[in-house]
Design a protein. Structure first.
Length: 456
């Protein structure tokens, strides 16, 4: 007799190199071969990922909101920018500000002291906080800076509250210290590099740039700058292309694609003068405005998918998983509930998605050239409530169904466990969970799965 128990299921995440084959076998029992929108942020169970609800009014934003301040600027209030408009954002509303402004190419938002700054194409708009007295050409008309380079990322980062503000501008970085604008405070010394992301931590700025910042092979660099030197203090060379950087607890994380990646994107972190790899995922690179935090995890956009990395507790290991979906614009979490922007609307996490599935590794149950019979499968889960449902299937590596079943409040009431008896011969199998027929309000949360059988 044999048994396979998949426990600690929310602590598994994706299996190593999960994307390289359809039925992988490498990894721990609780790791996944594939998943779609699964929430693994609770250490006790796996459940449906977050759904999305529109922030009212849905018709207000014009175009995709790109930059969203990662923090609040006052109680329950922050700001964002789309290509042509600025917005005041609360947990439940999004309101256009200064409809008479004529900006184009809106990019990023920063708070400098009590002033709001909005970068847009070749200039920076300054306004009071709360939004008022806007000057859309403040950078060139008041600060005295030269026009920014059109078409380049213009992310703005402030060191502290009113310290030096750095503005990405092609291969150089402009700055503002509250008094003086400097057009080239930092210079990469390489006109072919495009700076695409920056962070400030450990009393240094970290600038990430790509050369040539195009599809195909790139040679990236991370420049470490103390804010006073004319060029970089340290430089980390990266054999690939960088998408975004993000600081968590003083650690600068980097999302990049290696030139030898075989389609994978890598999450790593800067340690001194080297970049240390953490994990890989299959997808695409986020931009600087598409990374934030959620429930002690870093989350980021990969196309229209959201990936997450982290641990459920300091005593637990980290893992990577696909949490949910997002729009093409900004991804931020200023109010404790992530917000994502897509065409003509801003949405936030709400409820659960039913477009959710999870697939285990493939388990080989042959022994000494003998096949096996699966006798039982037992699921433990959180107490079922009205509407909760998940369907499951056992499938072999030929794609053939071995057995199927359903766990639901309708069939099982307020149960927390269910056993399915079967006598099904097979050489191998994997478990596939699907919440397509479930509830967007009341989810099924799977705690562990036990499969028992015998060889024949």
């Amino acid at each position: 007799m044999w048994n396979i128990k998949i426990n600690n299921i929310s602590q598994g995440g994706f299996a190593p190199a999960y994307h390289k084959e359809t039925y992988p076998m490498v990894g721990n029992k609780n790791q996944a071969a594939a998943m779609v929108s699964c929430d693994l942020t609770n250490p006790s169970y796996l459940t449906q990922g977050p759904g999305l609800a529109s922030v009212s009014p849905t018709v207000n934003p014009v175009g995709v909101i790109k930059g969203i301040l990662k923090t609040v600027v006052s109680a329950s209030k922050t700001y964002g920018i789309s290509a042509t408009k600025m917005y005041e954002i609360t947990p439940t509303t999004v309101v256009e500000k200064d409809p008479d402004s004529a900006i184009t190419g809106g990019e990023d938002v920063a708070l400098y002291g009590d002033k709001l700054l909005f970068s847009h194409d070749t200039d920076i708009l300054m306004a009071d906080n709360p939004f008022g007295n806007a000057n859309e050409n403040w950078w060139t008309d008041v600060a005295g800076g030269a026009a920014l380079t059109s078409g380049e990322p213009h992310q703005m980062v402030v060191a502290g509250t009113t310290g030096l503000m750095a503005v990405l501008n092609g291969s150089v970085v402009a700055s503002w210290d509250g008094t003086t604008a400097v057009d080239s405070a930092f210079n990469t010394q390489d006109v072919d590099i495009t700076l695409v992301s920056q962070v400030w931590t450990r009393n240094n700025f970290y600038f990430a740039g790509n050369k040539p910042n195009a599809t195909g092979r790139n040679e990236a660099s991370i420049f470490v700058w103390n804010g006073t030197a004319t060029s970089w203090n340290n430089r980390i060379e990266v054999n690939g292309k960088i998408g975004a950087m993000f600081v968590r607890n003083g650690v600068p994380f980097v999302l990049y694609q290696k030139n030898i990646s075989d389609g994978a994107i890598t999450l790593g972190y800067c340690d001194g003068n080297v970049l240390i790899d953490i994990t890989n995922y299959e997808g695409s690179l986020p931009a600087y405005y598409q990374v934030t935090e959620y429930k002690d995890h870093i989350i980021w956009a990969s196309g229209t998918n959201i990936f997450a990395w982290g641990g459920n507790d300091l005593a637990l290991n980290t893992k990577i998983f696909q949490l949910g979906v997002c729009g093409a614009g900004g991804l931020a979490n200023p109010f404790g509930v992530p917000m994502t922007a897509s065409s003509a609307k801003l949405q936030k996490f709400s409820g659960h998605t039913v477009t959710c599935s999870w697939k285990s590794l493939l388990f080989d149950v042959t022994q000494n050239d003998r096949r096996s019979v699966i006798d039982k499968i037992r699921f433990n889960f959180e107490k079922l409530v009205t509407g909760a449902r998940v369907d499951w299937i056992l499938k072999n590596n030929q794609g053939t169904s071995v057995n199927t079943g359903t766990i639901s409040f309708t069939l099982d009431g307020a149960k927390t466990t269910k056993v399915f008896d079967m006598k099904k011969p097979t050489e191998n199998f994997r478990i596939e969970l699907n919440w397509a027929n479930g509830s967007a309000t009341n989810a099924v949360a799977i705690k562990d799965i036990l499969i028992t059988g015998n060889t024949i």
